[in-house]
Design a binder for this molecule. Structure first.
Ligand code: 4AD
Ligand code: MG
Length: 483
């Protein structure tokens, strides 16, 4: 058996008898089956000889029925594809009742398809997205392997809150109705499965740091969980994060690594996913045409990917960002929903202004106020890029992308034990629970840095989709964990 991708691409097969199997997209004029097997967005036209296939069998050629076709590959009569199949034998593998199958060969809303998420993979849009998600995932391993990084598996269950944001899901086997209590009347987690309060990880970074200070360069790539109650188009409760961490790397090296990764992945999808990209590009153009002129983007999807690939990312400090925002039209016309002043965390509207309106390309912002960033980030001193006269800053870097906002968050880490301990105390991070982490600073500490890339946010960017629920197979969001 051959995949449809092979059949369409491999010219040697033309003129040969081959077998393909897939799901029927459409059956036209009682003769033409458009067959798709998921290997490519393109369908193979399988032409039936009515004299050889009886009427009862033909009646079973409904949308999404599974069939196996054998026949000769001949140069295509119609336009649109190079070859088609002159079918000599066809077998229905799985019927699909046309009166009950929810996804018809017409344009459905994404909302409708999300409700039928178990079947949405059968559509062009979603099959393209998930083939591209694979290309991106594989490209991540390819990039880090090439750069000498070791794939390191950080745990999913942990007792530490790496980001200090307190947005963790608890893992427990205690009976919620009658949990064992301690002398103080609180739940006694000593009697729980792990003998301590345990949660799903929000980041593998702290463990990756331990590994980087031994293996030199590592990256994690796994599921990440955040119980933040934000029902936005860019947040999931379960998402996949890639976290490289390298010893002897400073903030500049971190930015170079992040930019290099993004560009490697874009180059890879432009090379390996061009059929899917062309489909999604056309889809986006159609969608854009329904928007008012002012909201349309000036570039198509493929054009935008090429543009990001070819241009260096802008690198600015948080101070620069605030100054640009204060001078901006939307600020002066009071069009931003959130206030702008030194010390704020940049909101998505601010990030998108910087990227889409001001610089018109990806932007890396460094030197954020210490107060709004995690405890492990390195404190800036005069002379450091990102140092500010306005208040204490840290060697953070966020990579901001058009249409998305923050796609990567990272930093150089605080390698000085005394500075780190003081900062943890400042931020009420329990040092006793992180004693194992502090050991890296006690024994052979070195400058090191890393970042976290949100896989789904990156897939949003390369597919041109607008909602993060559309780029993960089974989205988990507040109030929803179906399928
Ligand atoms: O900026 P964040 O919170 O950084 C960290 O977790 C660090 N420990 C990373 C590191 O330095 N090793 O998250 C990193 C990225 C964000 O930029 C975003 O792309 C993604 O993870 N992300 C989410 N994606 C989907 N849904 C959510 N709820 C996300 N939260 C973060
Ligand atoms: Mg962040």
């Amino acid at each position: 058996m051959h995949s449809i991708k092979e059949v369409l691409e491999n010219e040697v097969l033309t003129g040969q008898h081959v077998t393909v199997a897939g799901w029927i997209r459409t059956f036209r004029n009682d003769r033409f089956i458009a067959l798709n097997d998921g290997s490519t967005i393109l369908n193979l036209q399988c032409v039936i000889n009515q004299d050889e296939v009886d009427e009862n069998t033909r009646a079973r050629f409904t949308t999404s029925a599974a069939v196996k076709c054998t026949g000769e590959l001949i140069a295509s009569q119609g336009s649109g594809q190079r070859v088609e199949m002159k079918v000599t034998s066809v077998e229905v593998l799985g019927d699909s009742d046309a009166t009950k199958y929810p996804i018809q060969p017409k344009k459905h809303s994404l909302e409708f398809l999300r409700e039928n998420a178990h079947l949405r993979f059968r559509t062009n849009t979603y099959s393209a997205i998930f083939r591209m998600r694979h290309q991106v995932s594989f490209g991540i391993h390819e990039y880090f392997d090439r750069e000498g990084y070791n794939y390191f598996h950080s745990p999913i269950i942990t007792a530490s809150d790496a980001e200090g944001a307190g947005e963790m899901f608890r893992v427990s086997v205690l009976d919620p109705k009658t949990p064992p209590l301690n002398d103080a009347g609180e739940v006694n987690f000593k009697e729980d499965f792990f003998g301590a309060e345990s949660r799903l990880t929000v980041s593998g970074q702290l463990q990756a740091e331990l590994a980087a200070l031994a293996l030199g360069k590592v990256y994690t790539f796994g599921p990440t969980f955040r119980a933040e109650n934000s029902n936005t188009t860019r947040h999931l409760a379960e998402f996949w994060m890639i976290e490289p961490e390298a010893a002897f790397m400073d903030l500049k090296g971190d930015m170079d690594l992040a930019e290099g990764l993004c560009k490697h992945l874009i180059a890879r999808v432009l090379k390996n996913s061009i059929d899917d990209l062309q489909f999604l590009d056309a889809r986006l153009k159609e969608e854009e045409a329904t928007k008012p002129q002012a909201q349309r983007s000036d570039m198509g999807l493929i054009e935008r990917l090429q543009f990001v690939l070819e241009n260096p990312f802008e690198r600015i400090t948080y101070d620069d960002a605030i100054n640009i925002l204060l001078r901006s039209k939307p600020y002066q016309k009071k069009q931003f929903q959130f206030p702008v002043e030194w010390g704020i965390d940049l909101q998505s509207e601010h990030e998108r202004y910087l990227v889409e309106k001001h610089f018109k390309k990806p932007v890396i912002v460094t030197g954020y106020p210490a107060k709004i960033k995690a405890f492990y980030m390195r404190t800036n001193a005069p002379g450091d890029f990102g140092y500010s006269e306005n208040g204490k800053t840290v060697a953070a870097m966020d990579v901001l992308f058009p249409g998305i906002g923050e796609i990567i968050g990272g930093s150089q880490r605080e390698e000085r034990l005394d500075v780190l301990e003081a900062r943890m105390k400042d931020m009420n991070v329990p040092a006793d629970e992180l004693d194992w982490y502090l050991d890296t600073r006690r024994f052979g500490t070195v400058p090191h840095a890393g970042f976290g890339l949100g896989l789904e946010r990156f897939v949003l960017f390369v597919t041109g989709m607008g909602n993060i629920r559309d780029v993960i197979p089974f989205p988990r969001t507040p109030g929803s964990a179906e399928f």
